[in-house]
Design a protein around this ligand. Structure first.
Ligand code: FES
Length: 133
């Protein structure tokens, strides 16, 4: 399900795409995964809820471009306050994706999200598109 956003002057037309019901994401709980095309490449992404706000990122560590979850859809460390990469332990802020510690080489790639009428949506961008089937 996609909705069309306002057309920008350069012709890019962002889309707002329904991802999941809002109650599928609980604070510091499991993520909801989704597929995107980032810079022309198929990638996994994930949405989480932290401190009552939804955030989404590419599932790609900035240290080595690997998926980060140590078990499917589990990204939070034991404290529930940091996202952790299972490979070498880089940690990231769930609010911003910024590196907090470990061998990060920059932050996570953030995906804009919104919540409306009990549904979480993600937003496309120039370099971030839905997978076409
Ligand atoms: S691949 Fe994520 S910390 Fe090394």
């Amino acid at each position: 399900m996609a909705e069309t956003g306002a057309r920008l002057t350069d012709g890019f037309e962002p889309q707002v795409i329904a991802l999941c019901n809002a109650d599928a994401l609980v604070n510091s709980g499991e993520a909801v995964p989704f597929d995107v095309v980032y810079c022309g490449q198929s990638c996994l992404a994930f949405a989480i809820r932290y401190d009552n706000a939804v955030h989404a990122y590419l599932n790609r560590c900035s240290h080595v471009p690997m998926e980060m979850d140590y078990q499917p859809n589990r990204f939070f460390d034991l404290t529930g306050h940091w996202l952790i990469c299972s490979t070498h332990g880089a940690t990231y802020s769930p609010r911003t994706g910024a590196c907090q510690g470990g061998p990060c080489r920059g932050g996570l790639i953030k995906i804009e999200t919104s919540e409306r009428d009990g549904v979480v949506h993600w937003h496309t961008a120039h370099n971030l598109q839905p997978v076409s089937f």
